[in-house]
Design a protein around this ligand. Sequence first.
Ligand code: ACO
Length: 303
Amino acid sequence: MGTALPAGKLTNFDLEKRIDTTNEWILDRTGISERRVATDDETTDVLATAAGAEAIKASGIDPELIDLLIVATITPPQKLPATSAFVQDNLGLACGAFDLVAACSGFVYSVVMADSLIKTGGARAALVIGAETLHTMVDPMDRGTVILFGDGAAAGVMVPSAPAYGVLGSDIGCDGSLANILYVPPGAEFVQMDGKAVFRGAVRACVQSATTALERAGIKGEEIDVFVPHQANTRIIDAIVERAGLDNARTVKNLDKYGNTSAASIPLALAEAQPNDGDLVLLCGFGAGMTWASAVIRWGTGL
Ligand code: ACO
């Protein structure tokens, strides 16, 4: 895996000076202390390229084996072409490349897509990246959203594995009837959110999705060694852990440092968690759409 984080930081104390809020309120309601903010030069493709390059290096594989590049993002630097085209060129890859738009579920959606193509022989290896510059989508004066979101990128290289390793079970879903709880109105610049509705929908969707993925994998919640939920809000994560029968001590949280980085959030937390070979890992994301996605992974290749 590889990560790329802008150096610029926006702390709760910085926000106290800008909007009507306090460090205590933000910490108590979200668990977030600070977020990273990209400069104008650190566009989503730049962050994605840096994370992708680090992941390829860490994997030690020959980049010529990479037949597929997926960039999960909702903050492309431009409408056309896809961000993945720039990233592919920057990394010197020769492969199929596309962007995947599923908001904060985007990275797990991408893992499921890449896994399917690798298992069916359509790709020898895949580079999967979650990358965002969310500050471009958030009204800097809206205290309901600016406290939550941050910028960053993270990537992973996926390769074939023995049958008992890799993605053992997964679930992807979307309920488009909830599109209006988290969206950018047509022609508008900034995101609008019904925070309470997102909170309720996220807990419900994640518990259901994680349970489905675990059932498909034939794994029980208590067997999970590393649970990596979408890093949106520590209260949402706590509710999911409790209702899905997971273990708080095995749950990864790094949102205090980065906030909600949408498609980058799960791979950033996964990269920092550094699972051991053979660990059972559960990824679970939810986001605008409303989308959700879960994957149960036996870490390593077993080969
Ligand atoms: N600072 C201080 N006070 C605030 C702030 C703030 N930043 N924001 C709201 N308040 C006030 C409100 O005005 C309200 O005051 P009142 O009681 O006098 O009316 C009070 O605090 C409570 O406000 P709520 O909106 O009810 O606060 P809530 O407990 O719901 O927390 C939050 C808001 C943190 C946004 C929460 O709803 C949440 O995290 N929801 C999920 C959001 C999320 O995860 N979105 C991303 C989804 S993933 C994706 O796809 C991008």
